[in-house]
Design a protein around this ligand. Structure first.
Ligand code: IMP
Ligand code: MG
Length: 202
């Protein structure tokens, strides 16, 4: 079943002036520097939104955002697209203990994705373990297609190869926060992506 209704084109919507948070003169304590401003992110999200729209027009699309890191990216990306989509969320957590390490599902999707086109929306891909687990898990649900859109890619840290269809930015091996990403539950609501001061991690 392909969705019947049409949405206005994303370019039209974004053509109107909108508020974009400026890069602050002083950063919150614990941060080092801004890697991507709200404006940088908005521009990139719009590009990716346009590409996905062009490719998924007429398809039955389900977006699955991975909580909590993908909160900002997901909500911006879905509004930068002009094709209808079902919006879903999942939550996973990584563990490590005596039995080894792994990923477990904290919240599963409620939508049946069999035969539908799924895009997993992630905040950041580091080792690739989380995503590898998620992709294997979701492929058991027999979607028509399964792709990944990640805001940030720490490519140099990859230990498990994962296919990333769209990437916002490839970043160096530094810990980053903001725009959904946290360090010990802080900084998620910053409108930009910044690096954590190395002294914080010590
Ligand atoms: P992976 O399984 O090693 O690829 O790790 C992915 C998860 O680790 C992401 O979804 C984030 O929650 C977290 N993570 C990895 N690097 C960073 C970072 O630089 N800042 C914040 N969270 C990160
Ligand atoms: Mg995450």
């Amino acid at each position: 079943m392909s969705p019947e209704y049409a949405l206005p084109h994303a370019e039209t919507i974004y053509a109107t002036p909108r508020y974009v948070a400026p890069v602050p003169a002083t950063l919150p304590r614990g941060l080092d520097r801004v890697l991507y401003s709200a404006d940088d992110i908005a521009r990139r999200v719009r590009e990716i939104g346009n590409r996905i729209s062009a490719e998924y027009r007429g398809r039955d699309l389900v977006l699955i955002g991975v909580l909590r890191g993908a909160l900002c990216f997901m909500t911006d990306l879905m509004r930068a697209m002009d094709v209808p989509a079902v919006v879903e969320v999942m939550a996973v957590s990584s563990y490590s203990g005596r039995g080894g390490s792994g990923v477990k599902i904290v919240k599963d999707i409620d939508t049946d994705v069999a035969g539908r086109h799924v895009i997993v929306v992630e905040d950041i891909v580091d080792s690739g373990m989380t995503l590898d687990f998620l992709l294997k898990y979701l492929s058991f649900k027999r979607p028509a297609s399964l792709e990944v859109c990640a805001l940030l890619d720490k490519k140099s840290r990859r230990t498990v190869p994962v296919p990333l269809r769209w990437v916002g930015f490839e970043i160096p091996d530094e810990f980053v926060v903001g725009y959904g990403l946290d360090y010990r539950d802080h900084y998620r609501n910053l409108p930009y992506v910044a690096t954590l001061a190395p002294s914080e991690l010590a």
